[in-house]
Design a protein around this ligand. Structure first.
Ligand code: AMP
Ligand code: MG
Length: 332
C-alpha cells in the first residue's frame, strides 16, 4: 500500500513555509523563509512577492530534505486563511499548481486550527485550551461541541504586532519580540504602570502600546524597563483570560502556539498558572510554534483522512476565515 505523504504550504503573512509530513505524523521537512522589511511594517504585496520568489526553490529543497520523490506526495494542503490577501493568494496558487501537476487532492486549512493541531501532534496535549499568540492573531481556542471555538481574542491588534510596532518606533530590528525579550532580562524589574485591558474574555493592546511608547520616548524610561513592563502586563492579560477559559470549560490542559509563544517569560507565566490549577502545560518546539508548513500539512491530512474533500471552488482564500467555521470531522 502506498504511504501517505502530505505537502503543506503556509503563507498567511510574513512567512512562507513548506512542510512535509507522512500520514503517521512524522515531520519530514520544515522549511521557512520570513520577509524582514528594511524599515517599516510588512507590506502585503511585498510579502506576497517574497513568497512567490522563494516558493519554487523551497519546494524542491523540501522534497530533497524529506527524501521523497514528487510522485510520492498524495495530498497538498495550504493555508486558506485568515491572513493577508496577497500572501494567501500566492500560497493558494502554489498549492493549486502543485496539486494539478502532481494529480493529487487539494485541501484548504484554517491557519489557527493548524496551530492547535500541530500542538496536539507533537506534545501530549489531547484536549487543550490553546493560547494562540502570534503576530497578527491573538486568540484563546478550545474544542467544544464539534467545533474549535474562540473563547477570547484581541479586540484590536495581535500581541506580536504590538511588540513589533513598539520595536519599530523604538528603532529596534524586526521582529522586535525576541529583542524585547532579551532587553527585559537586563531590566531592573522596575514595573512601569501600563494599561491592563481585559474586557470579559477579550484583551486589547493599543492603549498599552501608546503608553509604552510614551514611557520610552517622552518620559525617557530605560528601554529595558519598558520591555520588561510590556511583557509583564501583556502576558499577565493573556494568562488571565486563558485561565478563565480553562475554568469555564473545565479543561485541564493548556497549549501554547504562535511566534510569541517562543517567549520564555510567557511560557513561565502560563506554566505557573497551569501548575497552580493542577493542569498540564504544553508548548511545541519553537520551529513548530511559529508559522510553518508542517502544521498545514498535518491538519490537511486530519481533514482528508476523516472524509473532507474540496473541489477547486471550495479552495478560495478567506482573509477572515473564522476558527469556528470548520466542521471538525476528525475529533469526537
Ligand atoms: P507568527 O506570526 O506566529 O509567525 O510569529 C511572529 C511574531 O512572534 C512576531 O510578532 C515576533 O515579534 C514574535 N516573536 C517571536 N519570538 C518572540 C519572542 N521570543 N518573544 C516575543 N515575541 C516573539
Ligand atoms: Mg500563525
Amino acid at each position: 500500500m502506498k504511504r501517505d505523504i502530505i505537502l503543506g504550504i503556509e503563507g498567511t503573512a510574513h512567512t512562507i513555509g513548506i512542510g512535509i509530513v507522512n500520514g503517521d505524523g512524522e515531520v519530514l521537512a520544515n522549511l521557512r523563509r520570513m520577509i524582514k522589511p528594511e524599515k517599516g511594517g510588512i507590506h502585503p504585496r511585498e510579502a506576497a512577492n517574497h513568497h512567490a520568489e522563494k516558493a519554487p526553490g523551497m519546494l524542491k529543497e523540501a522534497i530533497a530534505v524529506a527524501g521523497v520523490r514528487p510522485e510520492d506526495i498524495t495530498l497538498v494542503a495550504f493555508s486558506q486563511g485568515p491572513g493577508l490577501g496577497p500572501c494567501l493568494r500566492t500560497a493558494a496558487t502554489a498549492a493549486r499548481a502543485a496539486s494539478i501537476s502532481l494529480g493529487v487532492p487539494l485541501m484548504g486549512v484554517n491557519h489557527c486550527i493548524a496551530h492547535l493541531e500541530i500542538g496536539r501532534l507533537v506534545t501530549d496535549a489531547e484536549d487543550p485550551v490553546l493560547l494562540y499568540a502570534s503576530g497578527g492573531n491573538t486568540q484563546i481556542i478550545a474544542f467544544n461541541e464539534g467545533r474549535y471555538r474562540v473563547f477570547g481574542e484581541t479586540l484590536d491588534i495581535g500581541i506580536g504586532n504590538m511588540l513589533d510596532k513598539f520595536g519599530r518606533e523604538a528603532g529596534l530590528p524586526f521582529p522586535a519580540g525576541p529583542v524585547l525579550e532579551k532587553l527585559s532580562l537586563k531590566s531592573s524589574e522596575d514595573l512601569i504602570e501600563l494599561p491592563y485591558s481585559v474586557k470579559g474574555m477579550d484583551v486589547a493592546f493599543s492603549g498599552l502600546l501608546t503608553a509604552a511608547l510614551n514611557a520610552y520616548k517622552r518620559k525617557k524610561r530605560a528601554l529595558e524597563d519598558v520591555a520588561y513592563s510590556i511583557q509583564e502586563t501583556a502576558f499577565a492579560m493573556l494568562t488571565e483570560v486563558t485561565e478563565r477559559a480553562m475554568a469555564h470549560l473545565g479543561i485541564e490542559e493548556v497549549l501554547l502556539g504562535g511566534g510569541v509563544a517562543r517567549n520564555s517569560r510567557l511560557r513561565e507565566m502560563v506554566r505557573t498558572m497551569a501548575e497552580e490549577r493542577g493542569a498540564r502545560f504544553f508548548a511545541p518546539p519553537g520551529d513548530l510554534c511559529v508559522d510553518n508548513g508542517v502544521m498545514i500539512a498535518w491538519t490537511g491530512w486530519l481533514m482528508y483522512s476523516s472524509g473532507t474533500r474540496m473541489k477547486i471552488e471550495d479552495t478560495a482564500i478567506n482573509q477572515r476565515f473564522r476558527t469556528d467555521a470548520v466542521d471538525v470531522t476528525w475529533r469526537d
